[in-house]
Design a protein around this ligand. Structure first.
Ligand code: ZN
Length: 95
């Protein structure tokens, strides 16, 4: 029986290869890039270091729209806690 982390990795791998259709044109969307969750808009891209949490981005083949489904299930509380918190201006100075 798999432990929790190996199951989680298997699920993430399956998700990377899942066919997701574009919400705009209906085209296929292969994995385009993966960045660490702590990547920011600050000129020092990884000002906070690395979180170890991979955020995958897809690029739809027909319309070139780039998109992540990583935040689709984020709650309002998670947005406040993990993204738009008291330190947000440090990672997005132009905000
Ligand atoms: Zn599209």
């Amino acid at each position: 029986m798999r432990n929790c982390s190996s199951t989680q990795r298997a699920l993430q791998a399956a998700r990377r290869h899942a066919v997701i259709t574009c919400k705009i044109c209906g085209g296929a969307s292969p994995l385009f890039d993966v960045v660490d969750f702590y990547k920011s808009c600050n000129f020092r891209l990884y000002r906070l270091g690395l979180s170890g949490i991979a955020v995958g981005y897809r690029q739809f083949e027909q319309c070139a729209f780039i998109f992540t489904e990583f935040f689709d299930d984020f709650t309002a509380d998670q947005w406040k806690r993990y993204v738009y918190n008291d330190n947000y201006q440090d990672v997005d100075p132009g905000y």
